[in-house]
Design a protein around this ligand. Structure first.
Ligand code: ADA
Length: 559
């Protein structure tokens, strides 16, 4: 299952889930691995970092088929071949990509995906880190049959008006043929429909069809009532519907007004978790049941928001957030890069690709209310600042409707606080640094108020403490569940009651595996143990503390 709703009724889509053959480099043995899945699930490959080839047969029913293969996520570098011919290359585990192969003959074809999860200079974003870069085809794969001209994407935006809402649908159509094609688009949304003027699209170019109109009878999307609508686009050629794309959207508007974040004109406070896609059984390739359970657990604890630290998430998770009304800070992929790492010659392009693919693929999720960039990178240097500037500019060109932020740890020396719409800081008082949480927070805010970040909404984007599941100690020493619960309690009492703040995100939802390189000495078990649950989703003592405080605050917010 790729999405939680049907995206096509006309286009034929076939999900390539199941077991694929797998061989690691320089090894004769053939494995049968789950797709989607991580190769670490196989006992021989539990710590394999390297290259390997996935293979399967693909049946094509008719001659002259245009095949579109879409990969939701391959970790971390993919080279895709059909019958030995390369059809795609992609870097980054967490964003989707597609290969288009025209004029494929009927019959059986060999689909090969060479996957590499090694670290090295070619990879600027995946490196040994405080989370694990797994290997494999980690998210769903589909084979689609498309006509010469097909719908590439459809983006929806909504704006509040005096009488209701204005909606705008932008449908991008690609002509893959050599010759010009005349097509039009029919669109339907919330009881209204339109047929847009035909356009002549030159060979191998794209065109955008735009529909903008008032929707006065619709119900807004809110966390309390997350009303969703289907936006259907159909492509018409010679009177026939030749292709379609359905997106699921909500009418809602996010704005920064002074030092507040507003949703549909009302201030919101974001309280929730940083969450890695990680589980002991499945690695980062979480099955749907696990995704649903994670969401249920967060909601049970009283969260109204989640931060997808530190990369774009699985569409099914975002679909669920749309359905449940959870507010999402979706983050591009980059965590804790030094200036030298940001100066990797591949860094700018790999970030630009990730930003573009994230915004393109996730644009329509009403639950996403903030884009995040460059968590804890070198924002304390002028060379680093140029990179932040470039990425802020890029993301704002891609989407003017959402605020943008970066979580900083460059306390008292950040040079970039003029750039974001929302100032976000990670603060681990009580864990890495002893002392009063309240005083630590006051110091931070006093400093921010003397920078160009003054007057913007502020979020404590990370706070937390480590605890090893099951380790109880009445001395309340570090790593005990008691100590974690104490620290979380003090943090929540401070941040939830500070009227200067617009949000607080706990680090982190559940324990996650980390790479042994660099991290073993500060990460017992090679896990980041700051989860409120462990990697099996077993709650630690802090669970009930968080639940009591988040729920009480949520009640207050909803009054
Ligand atoms: C950071 C970082 C997280 C995690 C956390 C920690 O600030 O953004 O990815 O590493 O600290 O546990 O120390």
């Amino acid at each position: 299952m790729i999405r939680l709703f049907e995206q096509h009724y006309v286009r034929r889509v076939h999900e390539l889930a199941g077991t694929w053959q797998f061989q690691r480099e320089n090894d004769e043995r053939v494995y049968h691995l789950a797709v989607p899945g991580c190769w670490e699930q196989h006992p021989d490959l539990a710590a394999y970092r390297g290259r390997g080839e996935y293979q399967r047969t693909l049946q094509v029913a008719q001659n002259h088929t245009n095949l579109r293969l879409e990969f939701q996520g391959v970790s971390h570098t993919a080279d895709v071949f059909l019958d030995g011919q390369q059809v795609a290359h992609h870097y980054n585990a967490y964003t989707p990509f597609a290969a288009l192969i025209r004029d494929v003959a009927a019959g059986d074809h060999r689909l090969t995906v060479a996957v590499d999860n090694r670290f090295g200079p070619a990879s600027a974003l995946h490196k040994p880190n405080d989370y694990y870069t797994y290997g494999g085809i980690i998210r769903g794969v589909t084979a689609e049959v498309v006509p010469d001209v097909f719908i590439q994407q459809s983006h929806f935006t909504s704006t509040m008006t005096a009488t209701g809402w204005q909606g705008r649908l932008q449908v991008t159509v690609t002509n893959t043929a050599a010759t010009a094609q005349v097509v039009s688009v029919k669109a339907r949304l919330a009881g209204q429909k339109v047929q847009l003027e035909p356009q002549t699209i030159a060979g191998q170019t794209t065109a955008v069809f735009e529909w903008q109109t008032d929707f006065d009878q619709v119900t807004a999307w809110t966390p309390a009532q997350p009303q969703l609508y289907l936006a259907t686009a159909e492509l018409i050629q010679d009177g026939q519907v030749i292709d379609d794309l359905v997106e699921r959207v909500g009418f809602r508007q996010v704005k920064v007004v002074g030092n507040r974040i507003q949703l549909n004109g009302q201030s919101v406070f974001l309280q929730g978790f940083n969450r890695h896609e990680d589980s002991v059984a499945y690695g980062c390739a979480l099955p749907f049941q696990q995704i649903v359970q994670d969401l249920d657990l967060m909601v049970d604890m009283g969260a109204n928001a989640v931060r997808t630290s530190h990369y774009p998430n699985d569409q099914r998770f975002l679909d669920l957030c749309d359905e449940r009304g959870l507010l999402v800070w979706e983050e591009a992929h980059a965590r804790g890069l030094t200036l030298a790492q940001m100066q990797n010659p591949n860094f700018d392009q790999q970030c630009a690709d990730c930003n573009q693919e994230m915004v393109d693929a996730h644009f329509n999720h009403p639950s996403i209310v903030i884009w995040g960039l460059l968590n804890e990178c070198a924002s304390d240097t002028s060379a680093g600042r140029k990179k932040y500037q470039m990425q802020y500019q890029q993301i704002r060109q891609l989407d003017v409707t959402r605020p943008v932020t970066s979580a900083t740890c460059q306390h008292f020396k950040d040079q970039c606080l003029d750039l974001p719409d929302v100032v976000s800081y990670n603060l681990y008082t009580g864990w890495y640094e002893d002392g009063s949480v309240e005083k630590g927070n006051d110091r931070e805010i006093e400093w921010i108020n003397q920078t160009p970040g003054a007057g913007k909404p502020m979020i404590v984007s990370e706070f937390g403490a480590g605890a090893i599941y099951g380790y109880r100690n009445r001395t309340r020493c570090k790593w005990s569940e008691e100590r974690q619960a104490d620290i979380l309690g003090e943090c929540l009492d401070t941040y939830l009651n500070d009227p200067r703040l617009s949000g607080a995100f706990i680090w982190q939802f559940c324990d996650c595996r980390v790479t042994e390189e660099e991290w073993f000495a500060v990460r017992p078990r090679s896990y980041n143990n700051k989860g409120i649950l462990d990697e099996y989703r077993r709650p630690k003592l802090a669970y009930d503390v968080v639940k009591a405080k988040f729920q009480a605050h949520l009640k207050q917010l909803n009054q």
